[in-house]
Design a protein around this ligand. Structure first.
Ligand SMILES: [Zn+2]
Length: 265
């Protein structure tokens, strides 16, 4: 019971217990008292431990691990304070650097990443051989250009940002920053440029049947999971590892939503 006795008496435990039972008469009264006190303390401690174990069967892990354990619940992982990766349905994209770009028009006005540019030019040649004119309308855009397109046009059209985001990506969130995305028109039906009616043109039908051969896919089909309005004119290149990585998240969203659609059906 007396805590002060514990440090000096621990080594004597076996002897003390034997003394109590075998040779009480040889000990002096004072020594007997001490032995009884020490022995009593030890017995009480042992009994106490036993009682604790009896009444706390769910806690042995805690007492057994007491020197080290981190018993507090693990902290809830919080996202790193990085840039928001998704805004109003649009995913965030890095801007390609000028040395990664190649012109796809004679005036040098429209550019794509080199591999996407080469593939588009080949697709354009092959389409022309079939009587189809694929006209590039817009390719790579800087964040500054997108800034103008998003906010200036938003003001001119008196749109709120959510409405504007249905038809245009906010700056830093446009696939056009990557140099892999291109808006395509039908050179024979320019009145359908950047309009849903483009889907009725021979150029769109040709793209539907052939673009995959050149590693181009439609970014925003009707009812896309990103909730961006249908853009039959907007295609992206996914023909090399970097472009695949760039659009991996967007493609996952597409796949997940098509799985959901199948479930509903
Ligand atoms: Zn576009």
């Amino acid at each position: 019971m007396n805590n002060k006795e514990k440090p000096t008496s621990l080594e004597d435990i076996p002897a003390a217990l034997r003394d109590i039972s075998t040779s009480p008469k040889t000990s002096s009264p004072n020594l007997q008292l001490i032995i009884l006190g020490v022995g009593g303390s030890i017995v009480m401690i042992l009994v106490g431990i036993g009682v604790m174990r009896l009444f706390s069967p769910s806690e042995p892990v805690i007492s057994d691990l007491s020197p080290t354990p981190n018993l507090s619940p693990s902290p809830i992982p919080t996202p790193a304070p990085e840039e928001i990766e998704n805004i109003l349905g649009h995913l965030r994209y890095e801007e390609a650097s000028p040395d990664q770009l190649k012109s796809i028009t004679n005036d040098g006005r429209i550019k794509l990443r080199t591999k996407a540019a080469d593939s588009f030019l080949k697709m354009q040649r092959d389409a022309r051989a079939n009587g189809i004119i694929l006209t590039p309308i817009s390719g790579f855009r800087t964040v500054d250009q997108q800034n103008y397109l998003f906010f200036e046009i938003q003001r001119q059209r008196n749109q709120n940002p959510s409405k504007r985001a249905e038809v245009s990506a906010p700056p830093k969130y446009s696939e056009h920053h990557t140099g892999y995305a291109i808006d395509i028109g039908d050179g024979k039906v320019p009145g359908t440029n950047l309009s849903e009616n483009f889907e009725k043109t021979p150029a769109f039908r040709w793209l539907e049947n052939n673009a995959a051969k050149y590693s181009f896919e439609l970014s925003f089909p009707a009812n896309n999971p990103q909730n961006i309005s249908y853009e039959p004119w907007h295609w992206r290149y996914v023909g090399d590892p970097h472009s695949l990585e760039t659009f991996y998240k967007a493609q996952q969203l597409q796949k997940e939503s098509s799985v959901d659609v199948n479930k509903v059906d």
